[in-house]
Design a protein around this ligand. Structure first.
Ligand SMILES: Nc1nc2c(ncn2[C@@H]2O[C@H](COP(=O)(O)OP(=O)(O)OP(=O)(O)O)[C@@H](O)[C@H]2O)c(=O)[nH]1
Length: 554
């Protein structure tokens, strides 16, 4: 099929004040044309520009001279919809619940227009809103750029996060069973996959198990020749499960790496089709069962993947015809709706037009803002580095205070869960989920006390260590006991000591690793002897806290 762009002409465009005899473009339909630019004359006034623009909701439009340049691209409509969201945030200094409400409505609308289902769009908006509001301001990054980053990250997650590779059998041939409705591109995908796998150095065989459409066997034979792969067929009389079984036997005898089974498609999901697939599945025990779906069918494609998964148990999907004027709904919804990943996408009819599905690349393509994303990432890295250096200085000079404490615990909370962080610390990976929940509860508990401290107290924790009055006041304001406040102050000083030791260790000084550190803290605790006088003055604070305070004052 040739690449085509169809412009439909209309003689009376809505809103345009011009002679009805003069035709104008009413709609644009792209097929196999990922991007297309053209120039239209007669957009001198804003009204004329708007009137000329209206048939191209999914296209980028730019004035040029007295005309307008239209650029149409894959997912263009979604991209344009999202752009209007960023534009609404120009000039704000941070993202708040109030100022992102309208951009969020635009994003929701853009998703629905891209044929994403209502529940998927709703949960997407909820998580973007939550993350956008919780995002710290990064120096030099505009709030709308930050929102682009949040939306990008969520799009990547929505589409499955990581690329989902093909799984190969540990022994014997890997069997890939392809299923799908009629005309979605199954037979073409067989050849495309074989071509792809051959490039990976795998030997392949195609099995023609679509016995209902004689032309399908011929088509597969021709395609097999084209990509230089043998095709196993038994004509149209045999049972598909038998053909598949015999094909696999032959592949085994020839020591073929991968067998790809083409099955029959139906106009709609029916019992006979499902039963036949189940039989083929039983006969050849496939490593991968991939459902081929047409991107043009939007959220329907996502629902289909879900339905096939429930009936047959599939391992993933292949999304074809993404080169057409697909609105993106299928690519965005399949993982979320069905729980199964998209493994490949088809972007044309040629055997080369199949590629693994990369959620991050797809998200960037939708947003069309690769440079903004890498800029925000770099800025984030710089910020993290600056923060880390600042923190290191504070720790080494024993100035780690309640503000840092709060910042750290909040940063951890923002990262989702303690488990990931704790798991990253050597020697700390044996933490149980119950301990993690306990730790999270503790953070909330501590936060409530820190929140009622004065700015001075947060910055100089020794003020609290030295004054029982202050500790009592904090306890009263936070609704906690004096002992609990004393414990918190004590904990901060312990943390200082521990961190200093850890930092010294990282810098090659004589300091234990995490497990030895725990030992040394225990030893310290046993060694600490508080005098009665000190106990009276500092309440529940321990000797070593007082020691570390002295270190601070020095
Ligand atoms: N534009 C485009 N066309 C495709 C793509 N994949 C397949 N096609 C075309 O879609 C049409 C149907 O493809 P087939 O491979 O015959 O579909 P099928 O699912 O095997 O169809 P049945 O055997 O009838 O079930 C053909 O004209 C293909 O060239 C794609 O990624 N992009």
């Amino acid at each position: 099929m040739e690449a085509t762009a169809t412009l439909t002409l209309s003689s009376s465009p809505a809103g345009a004040r011009r002679s009805p005899a003069r035709p104008t473009v009413a709609s644009l339909h792209l097929r196999r044309v990922p991007t297309l630019s053209f120039h239209l004359r007669g957009a001198q006034s804003p009204a004329a520009f708007r009137a000329l623009s209206s048939p191209f909701p999914g296209c980028r439009r730019r004035r040029r001279g007295s005309g307008m340049v239209v650029r149409a691209e894959m997912f263009g409509q979604l991209t344009t919809g999202l752009e209007s969201a960023w534009n609404k945030l120009r000039g704000v200094d941070r993202l708040t619940k109030e100022n992102i409400a309208e951009p969020m409505r635009d994003i929701r609308r853009a998703l629905l227009e891209a044929d994403v289902s209502v529940p998927v769009a709703r949960s997407f908006i909820e998580s973007v809103t939550e993350k956008a509001i919780g995002t710290d301001v990064i120096r030099g990054v505009q709030p709308e750029q930050q929102l682009v980053k949040v939306v990008n990250d969520e799009l990547v997650q929505l589409m499955g996060g990581e690329v989902s590779d093909l799984v190969f059998a540990k022994t014997g041939p890997t069997v890939i069973l392809l299923a799908g409705l009629q005309g979605v591109g199954k037979t073409t995908v067989c050849a495309k996959l074989a071509f792809y796998l051959k490039k990976m150095g795998k030997s392949c065989m195609l099995v023609a198990a679509d016995v209902y459409r004689p032309a399908a066997i011929d088509q597969l034979t021709i395609l097999g020749k084209k990509v230089g792969v043998p095709v196993y067929s038994e004509g149209t009389e045999a049972k598909p499960s038998e053909i598949a079984k015999n094909g696999l036997k032959e592949a085994k005898s020839k020591k073929t790496d991968v067998v790809i089974v083409d099955t029959a498609g139906r106009l709609q999901v029916d019992k006979a089709m499902m039963n036949e697939l189940k039989e083929v599945k039983k006969a050849v025990k496939p490593t991968e069962i991939l459902l081929v779906v047409d991107a043009m069918t939007g959220q329907e494609a996502a629902a289909l993947v879900g339905a096939f998964n429930v009936e047959i148990g599939i391992t993933g999907a292949i999304l074809t015809k993404l080169d057409g004027d697909s609105r993106g709904g299928a690519a965005l919804s399949i993982k979320e709706v069905s729980g199964k990943p998209i493994k490949f996408i088809g972007r044309g009819e040629r055997v080369e037009d199949l590629e693994p599905f990369y959620p991050d690349r797809m998200a960037q393509r939708i947003l069309g803002m690769g440079d903004v994303l890498s800029f925000v990432e770099q800025a984030q890295q710089v910020m993290n580095q600056e923060d880390a250096e600042e923190l290191q200085k504070k720790i080494m000079s024993a100035k780690f205070n309640f503000n840092d404490f709060l910042k750290q615990t909040k940063a951890i909370a923002q990262m989702g869960s303690f488990s990931r962080i704790i798991g990253m610390i050597p020697g700390m990976n044996k933490v149980t989920p119950a301990q993690i929940r306990e730790a999270e509860k503790n953070v909330k508990f501590m936060e409530s006390m820190i929140n009622v401290m004065t700015a001075d107290e947060r910055e100089r924790p020794e003020l609290l260590a030295e004054s029982r009055e202050r500790r009592r006041r904090v306890a009263k304001d936070a609704g906690k006991t004096e002992q609990q406040v004393s414990q918190l102050v004590s904990q901060l000083f312990q943390m200082r000591t521990r961190m200093q030791k850890m930092m010294a260790g990282m810098q090659g000084k004589d300091t234990p690793d995490m497990e030895n550190l725990a030992e040394s803290i225990k030893a310290e605790e046993q060694a600490a002897v508080a005098t009665g006088k000190r106990r009276r003055k500092y309440g529940n604070l321990r000797q070593r806290d007082l020691d570390s305070m002295r270190g601070y004052r020095r």
